[in-house]
Design a protein around this ligand. Structure first.
Ligand code: FES
Length: 130
């Protein structure tokens, strides 16, 4: 049997709980990003927030290529606003909207998407179960 294990964002250590406040929408410029590090040490959980207008997408800051952060500082995360983001390590490029790797060594793989919503200007985790 050859089943492929599919990793989910909340399988990782330090994954935030449903309803966890991540940031304020106003903290991110339209077409911009914010990097968060939740927790500390081995249980630290990195998040990338991407804003498009009044909506926000969130991905685990974990490259599909080597499983390391795409960037440790937001200025090292190469953005093409509303279109793509590029890993600072070996430059894999991911599509903004769905986290698919569209160029690089992990082409066809995906960033781990985190369900979020914006409530009263607050960006919060919004999963059905956690
Ligand atoms: S670790 Fe991101 S492209 Fe290699």
């Amino acid at each position: 049997m050859n089943e492929k294990f599919t990793l989910c964002w909340n399988d990782l250590p330090g994954a935030p709980e449903n309803g966890c406040l991540l940031a304020r929408l106003d903290d991110i410029v339209d077409g911009g990003a914010r990097l968060l590090s939740l927790g500390s040490g081995a249980a630290s959980f990195g998040v990338i927030l991407l804003r498009s207008g009044d909506s926000v997408l969130a991905y685990v800051n974990r490259c599909a290529h080597f499983g390391v952060p795409l960037a440790s500082k937001v200025e090292h995360l190469y953005l093409k606003p509303h279109e793509s983001l590029t890993c600072s390590v070996h430059y894999a490029r991911y599509r903004w909207q769905d986290g698919a790797c569209i160029k690089g060594d992990c082409e066809g793989e995906f960033l781990l998407k985190i369900p979020v919503t914006v409530i009263d200007g607050n960006i919060v985790i919004a999963c059905k179960s956690n």
